[in-house]
Design a protein around this ligand. Structure first.
Ligand code: PMP
Length: 456
């Protein structure tokens, strides 16, 4: 884009960095060991720094900007709403809030027709769990080890990601189990059908030993994202749905990352023909232009709170600026067929290219995904599948992934790297040419990873 050619201004960048270093306390980081790049602007699939380096965004800013950076219709909607009405407490009916809820409910599967708004994913998960506990009168919640559900009190307990460990002092009724993931299966399955069957049997057994009458909810990411973009085998989610029904357990699907076009559908649940009782969303609902998340609620659970109050709320629930940006985002995604674009680019460009790349690089153990939601898993040895870096490795132990990321950045590609994987998660608006440009840079950068493998 033209604005990407904006003149470099290293002095301004240095000032931004100095103030950041002095006063900003960053997420998930040892404050003294980081050097956050100073970013000057962004447009479409690109962002750029003050030194004149432009990056193709294969991260979508934590898998968030599904509609790309600075979509003009969304920017205009925020500006118009700001001029009209910036804020109003949740207790009022507001045009943009009603319209956002209607547009979301229209797209969620089944009878998930009531929307509780939050400021992001973790708050959505917190409230979904609270609804499930109040609806069932039961205390426990089951979640997968390979999962990420957020970093607030209950959400971090549900999360299986090792970032849970330092905060996991009070599990508050959370029990973890293994979901299906054939590449690193604890079930030693020989095929997808067997993986599905054994994962469901394992879940049944977990429920039996925990006591079905003590379990309020099972929460799963429809396609687990942060933990490695593991598309579940056919029948798994339908099997979980059936287990939940049989035991009176609330089924929560977390679509904070997988929702709003990421998998090539409005919601990933569509791929599997499954309707949960509660569905959490955030990120793609408005591409994070203004913080927004929420819970889509089934008719049955909504009825629980029809004549008795729901004991939960947030000052910014359904914030007008956030809702205006959601309305504009959803309408633009529909008008510009952005969900269809994500599906097509995934099927015809990213998927085939990654499979071809995997065949040439000894460091690539597996590629998997759908839509614009792909993972490339790097290994030391394709036979043993030993991860390129140990589980949860950081610092020097994770140097090979750092080298890979640095090689991407030198080539103008901003990757999403987590443990021994790189995730290919560009905006849903990514063009064929952009996807190819990024995949070529990724292909070259994998040579840095190959040097650490037995096949090199
Ligand atoms: N659930 C899932 C599936 C997520 O991917 C995330 C964020 N990556 C969250 C919940 C938490 O969302 P937030 O960071 O907005 O609280």
């Amino acid at each position: 884009p033209a604005s990407a050619a904006a003149a470099a201004d290293p002095a301004a960048g240095a000032a931004v960095k100095a103030a950041d270093r002095a006063h900003v306390f960053h997420s998930w980081s040892a404050q003294g060991l980081i050097d956050p790049p100073a970013i000057a602007g962004a447009e479409g699939s690109y962002f750029w720094d003050y030194d004149g380096n432009r990056y193709l965004d294969f991260s979508s800013q934590l898998v968030n900007t599904n509609i790309g950076h600075q979509h003009p219709k969304v920017v205009a909607a925020i500006q118009e709403q700001a001029a009209k009405l910036c804020t109003l407490a949740p207790g009022f009916a507001v045009d943009v809030r009603s319209e956002a809820a209607r547009l979301i409910a229209e797209r969620t599967p089944g009878d998930l027709d009531k929307i509780f708004f939050t400021n992001g994913g973790a708050e959505a998960v917190e409230n979904a769990v609270r609804m499930a506990r109040l609806h069932t009168g039961r205390p426990k919640v089951l979640s997968a080890y390979r999962s990420y559900h957020g970093a607030t009190a209950a959400a971090i307990n549900l999360t299986g990601d090792p970032r849970r460990w330092p905060s996991d002092t009070a599990s508050a009724g959370v029990v973890h189990f293994w979901g299906p993931f054939r590449y690193r299966s604890p079930f030693h399955a020989e095929n997808e059908a067997q993986e599905c069957e054994r994962a469901l049997a394992h879940l049944e057994q977990t429920i039996a030993f925990e006591g079905p009458q003590t379990i309020a909810a099972i929460i799963l990411e429809t396609v687990p994202g942060t933990a490695g973009i593991m598309v579940p085998p056919a029948g798994y989610l339908a099997g979980v749905r059936e287990i939940c029904d049989r035991h009176g357990i609330v089924f929560i699907l977390d679509e904070v990352m997988a929702g709003f076009g990421r998998t090539g559908r409005w919601f990933a649940a569509e791929h599997f023909g499954v309707t949960p009782d509660l569905l959490t969303f955030a990120k793609g609902v408005n591409s994070g232009y203004v913080p927004l998340g929420g819970v889509a609620i089934s008719a049955e659970i909504a009825a629980t709170f029809d004549q008795r109050p729901y004991p939960g709320g947030l000052t910014y629930s359904g914030h007008p600026l956030a809702c205006a940006s959601a309305v504009a985002t959803i309408n633009a995604m529909a008008e510009e067929r952005i969900v269809e674009n994500a599906d097509r680019i995934g099927e015809t460009v990213i998927g085939p290219a990654l499979r071809e790349i995997a065949g040439r690089h000894p460091s690539v153990g597996e590629v998997r995904g759908m839509g614009v939601f792909w993972a490339v898993e790097l290994v030391k040895d394709q036979e043993t599948r030993e991860p390129l870096v140990p589980y949860n490795a950081s610092g020097a132990a994770n140097a090979p992934m750092g080298e890979f990321a640095a090689a991407c950045k030198r080539a103008g590609l901003w990757p999403f790297v987590n443990m021994n994987r790189t995730h290919v998660v560009p905006p849903c608006t990514v063009t064929e040419a952009e996807a190819k440009e990024g995949l070529a840079a990724l292909d070259d950068a994998l040579t840095a990873a190959d040097a650490h493998t037995t096949g090199a």
